[in-house]
Write a protein that binds this ligand. Sequence first.
Ligand code: AMP
Ligand code: ZN
Length: 458
Amino acid sequence: MDVTLFNTLGRKKEPLRPLAPGPVRLYTCGPTVYNYLHVGNYRTYVFEDVLKRTLKFAGFPVRHAMNITDVGHLTSQADEGEDKMEVGAAREGKTAWEIARFYTDAFLDDCRKLHILPPDVLCRATDHIAEQIALVKRLEERGFVYRTSDGLYYDTSKFPAYGRLMGEQNLEGLKAGARVEMNREKRNPTDFALWKFSPPGVVRQMQWDSPWGRGFPGWHIECSAMAMRYLGESFDIHCGGVDHIPIHHSNEIAQSEGATGKPFVKFWLHGEFLLMNNAKMAKSEGGFVTVKHLQDRGFDPLDYRYHCLTAHYRKQLDFTWETLEAAKAARRRLKNAAESLEGPDKPACAEHVQALREALEDDLNVPQALGVVHEALKADVPPGSKRALLKLAENLFAVGLFERETAALPADVQALLDRRAQARRSKDFQLSDSLRRDLAEKGWLVEDTKDVQKVRRL
Ligand code: AMP
Ligand code: ZN
């Protein structure tokens, strides 16, 4: 059977046929590391992870590259405003480099907790300045570039296919919107920065010399330069969230195809948003939920991973603590089954495997595939076969079905418990009692045995 995927370019499902022998080449846009990611971001990374696992299951090895945006992503889509990295640095009184390192590590840590497989290549924008300059030079030689007082810009009128990814109607809307806040020196509303000059009199923390003057790369050029470096000038699949369709990915296509004259990417796949209170969850909106928040409320990050699997990646998904509870309960049902199935190993029932495969190979219909697994547990087949199916499901969905429950206690609760253990060791019973009251106020009951304190929710 074919793996069919919905291609944003052309808006229809198409069978996957790798462009060249060898692995399917996949590029996914990584995070801008100026703050913690929120669980909305991770919805996109979970979708991409399940895609990778599904491709491997379907017999396509994968070579995956992902970037880390650690420079050049400005606060305004119109190539104005401050660099988000410098905003993060000012907020925390650290250097932009420290901010980048700290939040990259935090991102990788969350990915581990969410069972998101690491890419084969993880590439930082700041490690690839030379590649970005070389690509801008190529575009310059081919007549796509003009200079303004604040940088080099891509002339989108020179690329007739500009905006193909978003469709004619959306392109018109984008132009109208961009015109409102258009920098007067831009030739067309959709033109975008390839290289920005460091503002006169300002010493940026992140800046490099280039043939055009000291400055830093525009945000979009990093993905074109690094994707081509690690995956070639034309490759199979490029993913991101739907917000990237109109600007970031449209610009990536214009830059890459402008420079090479070849099609950049065969399949563009976009994950829909995670919503909270019917609005997109966004870093810039404040009030966003992180993986740490989930853990502080006593959830395992894998409960959230399961939550992501309950909707098709092309449908919006609403996040509430109640929907997360429901996901946790459904995951628990599968885990309980995995723990209680006894009896000799047997191969999984072919019919169930087939149903699972068909659901996933049809544009990654994960909710249907999960339904197959839940139904299979009720079927009249030997426990060993059910266990084999759950192992297969675990390879695809990675929700920790065969792991011991590791949900950590909320950090503040753990800290109180640690202090209380210390108080008990030093026989400070007054402090120990007061910490018990603090824990009760947070909703946790402590029971003391001779050696350890046990804790449970009140
Ligand atoms: P950023 O760090 O802003 O570049 O975002 C990292 C990834 O998360 C991108 O692929 C975005 O498209 C995606 N993303 C941002 N917000 C959401 C959301 N609310 N739901 C799903 N994906 C999102
Ligand atoms: Zn990108």
